[in-house]
Design a protein around this ligand. Structure first.
Ligand SMILES: [Zn+2]
Length: 157
């Protein structure tokens, strides 16, 4: 259990596929690509076989990072919650739970998230271990944010 974040590549949307899809596919709002609604089991299997190597990104994942286990994310949440006005996106959409999954942070939040990460890196805590957690967490989120901006795709948890 823990919190992971990923960004899907935009190869399907940009037409940069090695092999055209053998079945009807649809792009979801989180940037992932799946078999069209109503696909048969056989079509879903064909989709799975195709998706694995349809582009240079295995499974269509551009970047995937582990943000931390439940305890670590809980610790980060408690630290950020001391100054909640500084971290609205991190608190309500990223670390609100240490194990949320299946939700996404859309691009409209990226600028605010970037500001919050800048503030987080500047924030000094007296506890060196806590500072290490916060800095490595901020670095991982920054990587995912950069990937989301590059791909023009949301961050998916
Ligand atoms: Zn790709």
């Amino acid at each position: 259990m823990g919190l992971n974040a990923c960004v899907y590549c935009d190869c399907f949307q940009q037409g940069r596929l090695r092999v055209p899809a053998p079945v009807r596919v649809t792009a979801a709002s989180d940037g992932s690509v799946g078999p069209a609604v109503g696909s048969s089991v056989d079509e879903q299997k064909q989709f799975d076989d195709w998706r694995r190597s349809a582009c240079e990104h295995p499974g269509g994942v551009y970047l995937s990072r582990r943000l931390g286990n439940v305890d670590l994310i809980g610790g980060i949440r408690a630290t950020l919650a001391r100054t909640p006005d500084l971290y609205p996106v991190l608190l309500t959409r990223v670390v609100y739970s240490g194990s949320h999954s299946g939700d996404a942070l859309s691009r409209e939040f990226f600028d605010q998230l970037s500001t919050e990460l800048d503030d987080l890196v500047r924030a000094q805590t007296r506890d060196a271990r806590e500072s290490d957690w916060l800095l490595s967490f901020a670095a991982e989120i920054r990587r995912v944010l950069t990937a989301g901006r590059r791909m023009k795709q949301p961050i998916v948890f």
